[in-house]
Design a protein around this ligand. Structure first.
Ligand SMILES: Cc1ncc(COP(=O)(O)O)c(C=O)c1O
Length: 411
């Protein structure tokens, strides 16, 4: 909680000019003028493109890349990613409409998530979007709705495997989970699927999220391929698609290392060889959210007030938890750690100061950075939170206390 992290993490993905951070070639004052706002998220399209290129460089071309829209559903980001990826994964009807509006073919859109309502299911069936089925009950509802739709639903069974993705920030498989159908139940259910009014496209095996350990991903993919082969063999007819999951993480905190994709790619290449016969002609997909967009985004707000309370210097800003819940430590962190932050218009300075940066909300939870040594900042300076391109505005309680909503821009 009270760790003193190194003074300024120069995030190498961004360039700078005159000691100022540049996003898409613009400094923060220029972006502020462009938007006529003093608090915003800015995303750098070149960095998104680089992340996609990194994936393509290391992961065998046989494996398709889908973007999980939930990570950042900002429309220009979705539009920008459309030609760069091979499909979209969505988690609601609203996200599904975004994906369709982008022009992504419906056969390359999948819809996952427990607790889909009948209206959502029906709209996906009518649209021809693939439903990742999360339970036997949901499958029964889909079968019923197929009569209303007059159309065969395209489905993939989301499998909750017996194994887990070790060292993940969030685990979505292994043990009891609300996501997917337990592996052993899927095997029991498969013989009956031939008589159901659905087209079984394949399987969705998603184990977890935010993983920085290549060995853990390799281990999970070994299990995933073995399970996929077992499921394909048990299918009454040949499926055409298997979603192998994702979970590639990005470094958020001091001491975290960037995920090394090279060994993951090598291992996937040898698994493709090993399971060549079993998985021939089946489309294989990896679905990623934050890996593609998180590093491309910054959250920027301005210092409104500077005060000292019993020895602690506070920078009080016009932005905080209501715009960026994850940075406040309240979106899945057990112990709050600082995201990398900087003074965006004074990236380095001879004079440093230990500060705690807070937002405008009347709650001690509204912390932007706790006890950071940063270039000495004054009222009007820009506080920048890096690694903020995923799970930002849409994962934050923007209505809380009624402050203005944050704006976004893709540069
Ligand atoms: C099914 C599914 N796909 C993709 C994702 C995206 O995860 P990430 O942004 O960590 O890649 C999640 C995260 O919750 C998920 O549940």
């Amino acid at each position: 909680m009270n760790e003193i992290t190194p003074q300024h993490e120069q995030m190498s993905q961004f360039s700078q000019e005159d000691n100022q951070l540049l996003v898409g070639g613009f400094n923060l004052n220029a972006i502020s003028q462009l938007l006529d706002k003093r608090v915003f998220y800015a995303y750098d399209r070149q960095i998104i493109q680089q992340q996609v290129a990194r994936f393509r460089q290391h992961i065998p071309g046989r494996i398709k890349l889908h973007y999980a829209v939930k990570a950042n559903p900002y429309w220009p980001v979705v539009q920008f990613l459309k030609p760069l990826v091979d499909g979209f994964d969505v988690a609601s009807q609203q996200e599904m409409l975004l994906a369709m509006q982008s022009g992504m073919p419906v056969s390359d859109i999948s819809f996952a998530g427990p607790g889909k309502g009948d209206a959502e299911l029906l709209s996906a069936i009518v649209a021809g979007v693939t439903l990742n089925v999360e339970s036997a009950g949901e499958l029964a509802r889909i079968c019923k709705l197929s009569q209303v739709a007059g159309q065969k639903p395209q489905v993939a069974l989301r499998v909750n495997p017996a194994f887990e993705l070790k060292a993940s920030g969030m685990k979505m498989a292994g043990g009891a989970k609300p996501f997917g159908i337990d592996e052993e139940q899927v095997l029991q259910l498969l013989p009956a699927i031939a008589d159901m009014p659905v087209k079984l496209r394949g399987f969705h095996i998603y184990c977890g999220s935010q993983n920085l350990k290549a060995e853990a991903l390799i281990d999970a993919y070994q299990h995933t391929f073995a399970l996929a082969a077992k499921l394909v063999a048990a299918c009454p007819y040949r499926p055409d698609m298997i979603n192998l999951g994702g979970g590639f993480g990005i470094p958020y905190f001091t001491g975290e290392r960037r995920l090394d994709l090279a060994p993951v790619g090598e291992s996937l290449a040898s698994l493709l060889q090993q399971y060549q016969a079993e998985l021939a002609d089946i489309e294989l997909v990896i679905e990623l959210g934050r890996y593609l967009v998180a590093e491309a985004g910054v959250y920027a707000c301005q210092v409104l007030d500077k005060k000292v309370s019993r020895g602690t210097t506070y920078l009080v800003c016009n932005g905080g938890l209501h715009h960026h819940l994850a940075n406040s430590g309240n979106f899945g962190q057990v112990i709050r750690k600082n995201y990398p932050v900087a003074i965006g218009n004074k990236l380095t300075a001879a004079e440093q100061e230990l500060v705690t940066i807070v937002g405008p909300l009347c709650t001690p939870l509204d912390i932007l950075a706790d006890k950071k040594l940063l270039p000495k900042a004054e009222v009007g300076d820009w506080v920048v939170v890096y690694q903020s391109g995923a799970y930002g505005p849409t994962a934050s309680p923007q209505q809380f206390l009624g402050h203005p909503e944050v704006v976004e821009v893709l540069l």
